[in-house]
Design a protein around this ligand. Structure first.
Ligand code: ADP
Length: 593
């Protein structure tokens, strides 16, 4: 068992931790034996862990603050504080122990140190992440004791977020409890009730009987605040069955307390007073914390006042004030507030510093990107220029050859020559396309562009084909956008000419429409053309992507790549869909002014 040398020391430490969690009193022996082993093995880490276990034994089981802290102090030198994982474990634990004995400033200091170390752990295990959640939760609770609004709900929200991430239901239940308290304080009873029912559901779902009992009684109290006597009684009945079937005095104290508050809310002040006395009795023998007592005194004073017993009301009011005065020293609370402020300020400074570093890194990337962009542009420019010349030579000499050979070429050779010329022209088109593509970024002048004028220009440019194919263009009145006029002509012209080109209708029809959608205009160019297969909807925007062979439709597959580049450069997006005429709608967005 405890000293079984076949169990590794680490497993033994874990087993001891579990025994502590279960509050098993004979854990003491197990720790004794394990410590002897650790000392023999000179395992400093385990010695540290076991001394912490002693410390926890004295808080959880013996409730002896002095021994608890004494062992914590003895453990400290065994923890290598340069390792975030070890340091945060030590301080987190220390905080919880101080907290347990209501030494709030010490608890706060230990928690904050733990958080600092914890945040340095690169990849937290689930246990560590839950520990961090517990610390955030405890810090929140710690400040709610002071009744000063030092903290907002941020710490609680952080705790809840972590617990949710880890699916840690007991933690979520605790957080919900704190949220309900908070809502109740603000008189948001309906909202509190929703959380309370959810908390009850979670407790039931995980067979957590005591939390089910507590949640039921809290729900009963909230229903009473809504003056719903029947539901209130039903939930209290349920809570009573569970809580009194077990012998856990603190939970019974909470039951009496909630019950008394419910009765007070329903106006049954005499009965409320009876329950407050029961609660007070239980709290005094179990957890006579200043907080518990002062809260009850205050409510009792209220109950007595309602019953018209002013003398008693005054007496409990005095007790309330006295408890507060005795226990919550203002300077202590203010000191804690100051520590907290410093901590948050430092953290902010750290975050700002990190942000600054990140910014510098980004700046570096930007410079590097700009450089490689420039290089690429130069490359595209040079390549297209230098390529043009040899291509021009190929085409010219092919033409010359054809002319000089005249009738000496047979039909087959003639065909070969025409391939040669065609190929050369195609390379030329592609080069022009690449050049246009690489130039999109150089059109960086933005002005107010009246798209009606843009469309007018495009129609003039396409005049011949429009006339030849009897195209009907139906164009809405378009808005003015902030953009570049050259790029807008390119964009509309590419889309319009495609709409006509990929169209076999007798009368090709093209409609240009737009709508406003939030901060954007959405434009659509719709045709009654040949349509596009769904599986190519996205890929046709890629450079050189074409769906047809050149015999059917001429082109180089660059037009839509340019369109996408232009639209994205302006901050919009482009896509296409089929329409009711089995043609295609090409739509894109541009920021509205
Ligand atoms: P190009 O027209 O030079 O081939 P694009 O990039 O403009 O290059 O178009 C790419 C491909 O997308 C075209 O080859 C064609 O198959 C298809 N396409 C473009 N617009 C339309 C349209 N309105 N209707 C049907 N298909 C289209």
């Amino acid at each position: 068992m405890g000293g079984d040398p076949h169990i590794s020391l680490q497993d033994e430490v874990n087993r001891i931790r579990e025994m502590l969690r279960q509050r098993e009193p004979d854990v003491r022996e197990a720790i004794d034996m394990a410590l002897t082993r650790a000392e023999t093995a000179q395992d400093r880490d385990r010695i540290g862990d076991l001394l912490v276990s002693y410390s926890n034994y004295y808080s959880l089981i013996k409730r002896d603050p002095d021994r608890c802290i004494e062992y914590a102090e003895r453990a400290r030198p065994y923890f290598d504080m340069s390792i975030p994982r070890r340091a945060s474990y030590y301080y987190g634990n220390l905080g919880i122990n101080y907290h347990f004995f209501f030494r709030l400033p010490e608890a706060q200091a230990a928690y904050l140190t733990a958080i600092q170390h914890m945040e340095r752990i690169e990849s937290q295990t689930e246990t560590e992440s839950n520990m961090l959640a517990t610390i955030y939760y405890n810090l929140y609770i710690l400040f709610s004791f002071t009744d000063l609004a030092i903290l907002d709900r941020r710490y609680l929200d952080k705790a809840l977020e972590l617990y949710k991430k880890n699916d840690h239901t007991p933690g979520i239940i605790f957080c919900y409890g704190a949220i309900i308290n908070d809502l109740e304080k603000q008189d948001k009873i309906e909202e509190a009730l929703q959380y309370s029912l959810e908390r009850l559901r979670l407790a039931e779902e995980t067979d957590n009987e005591l939390q089910t009992g507590l949640s039921a009684s809290l729900t009963g109290m909230l229903y009473a605040k809504q003056k719903n006597r029947e539901l209130s009684q039903a939930y209290f009945a349920r809570a009573h069955d569970i809580i009194f079937s077990k012998n856990v005095p603190t939970f019974q104290a909470s039951y009496y307390d909630e019950r008394a508050r419910a009765l007070l809310a329903l106006g049954d002040c005499e009965e409320a007073i009876v329950f407050f006395h029961k609660a007070l009795q239980q709290f005094k023998t179990t957890v006579p914390t200043a907080l518990n007592l002062s809260k009850i005194y205050k409510l009792m004073s209220e109950a007595y006042e309602r019953c018209g017993k002013l003398k008693e009301a005054l007496e409990y009011q005095r007790k309330h004030s006295q408890t507060l005065l005795d226990n919550f020293k203002m300077d202590k609370v203010l000191y804690m507030g100051a520590v907290q402020k410093d901590f948050e300020r430092e953290r902010q400074e750290r975050e700002t510093e990190m942000l600054r570093q990140k910014n510098e890194e980004i700046q570096l990337y930007v410079t590097q990107l700009e450089q490689s962009n420039d290089e690429l542009k130069q490359f595209a420019h040079a390549a297209s220029h230098d390529l043009r010349e040899p291509v021009r030579m190929i085409v010219s000499y092919a033409e010359l050859l054809e002319m000089s050979l005249k009738d000496k070429v047979n039909p087959e050779q003639k065909e070969f020559l025409s391939y040669l010329k065609e190929g050369g022209k195609r390379i030329n088109e592609m080069i022009a396309g690449i050049l246009a593509f690489s130039k999109v970024h150089s059109h960086d002048e933005l002005t107010e562009v009246d798209l009606n004028q843009t469309l007018q220009r495009v129609k003039e440019n396409l005049r011949m084909v429009i006339a030849a194919r009897h195209v009907e263009i139906d164009c809405a009145r378009l808005p003015v956008v902030r953009s570049n006029s050259v790029l807008m002509i390119q964009l509309f012209q590419n889309l319009l000419s495609n709409a006509i080109k990929y169209n076999q209708s007798k009368t090709p029809r093209v409609a240009v429409t737009y709508t406003r959608e939030g901060g954007f205009y959405k434009f659509c160019i719709s045709d009654n053309g040949i349509g596009i297969d769904d599986k190519y909807r996205d890929s046709i925007f890629d450079m050189f992507s074409r769906l047809h062979n050149r015999e059917h439709y001429s082109g180089s597959g660059i037009g839509l790549a340019i369109c996408r580049k232009i639209v994205e450069r302006m901050g919009g997006s482009i896509w296409n869909a089929s329409n009711a005429e089995n043609g295609t709608d090409f739509c894109f967005t541009l920021p509205a002014r």
